[in-house]
Design a protein around this ligand. Structure first.
Ligand SMILES: N[C@@H](CCC(=O)N[C@@H](CS)C(=O)NCC(=O)O)C(=O)O
Length: 225
């Protein structure tokens, strides 16, 4: 099995299934397809049916779309509890995953994932206030229900879906409750996440479209080193 992923520093969607594969100890290879540089879109279009990453390649089967990849892994490894084992928990976990997939647009647009960066004070809090409130309520309710440290107790696909959002809270030092702060710490403490982050920090590439200082016009495109 092979997972095609984008730059680890920036690619939120790639991080999600990669965490599932690594945390649940499923044998796989990965390959980084860069999200910037000459011809990157053409390369992606040649390797991915959607022109986007992640893509899971299992023999002749090519599966794009994060949620479909995670479901394929859950189907393929039913003993791994990729989704919570309790039926009600599983329903809530899938609802949370779907909400992440379809929502939180303000946070996604105003606070792009950037694992190597630390940019306190750069994000306009008014623009993301509703998303921050919703994340507090969602994580707070699920963590109160499960007792933590992950949304359904032990790490599941729902946490993989929210891991990139957790990193945004840290990169931009966004104001959140202690409960949400502890959940961010739990994500950073996960060995699979630490491995991904370690590899991300070694990457030399800059993607201007995901750099807050470029987006906000503080730094000219192509000048970050
Ligand atoms: N709906 C897709 C979204 C994938 C996506 O947007 N991936 C980004 C990288 S994080 C990408 O490939 N961007 C390239 C582009 O939009 O051209 C999924 O769930 O996997």
């Amino acid at each position: 099995m092979k997972l095609l992923i984008g730059n680890r520093n920036y690619s939120t969607w790639s991080l999600r299934p990669w965490l599932v594969l690594r945390h649940f100890d499923i044998a796989f290879e990965d390959e980084v397809l860069q999200l910037s540089g000459a011809g990157w879109r053409e390369t992606l279009a040649a390797r991915s049916p959607t022109g986007k990453v992640p893509v899971l390649v299992d023999g002749a089967l090519v599966v794009p779309e994060t949620i479909a990849i995670i479901e394929y892994l859950a189907d393929s490894f039913p003993d791994k509890a990729i989704w919570p084992q309790d039926r009600a928990d599983r329903a809530l976990a899938r609802a949370a995953a779907a909400e992440m997939h379809a929502g939180f647009n303000a946070l996604r647009n105003h606070a792009p994932m950037n694992l190597r960066g630390s940019y306190p004070g750069r994000v306009d809090l008014d623009a993301i206030r509703r998303d921050l409130h919703r994340i507090e309520v969602l994580w707070g309710d699920l963590l109160a229900r499960s007792g933590g440290p992950y949304l359904f107790g032990t790490f599941s696909a729902a946490d993989a879906m929210y891991a990139p959002l957790a990193t945004r809270l840290r990169t931009y030092d966004l104001p959140v409750s202690d409960v949400a702060g502890r959940y961010v710490e739990a994500i950073y403490a996960l060995p699979a996440f630490q491995e991904w982050r370690g590899l991300a920090l070694q990457e030399p590439w800059i993607v201007d479209d995901d750099e807050i200082d470029v987006i906000q016009g503080r730094v000219a495109p192509g000048t970050l080193a």
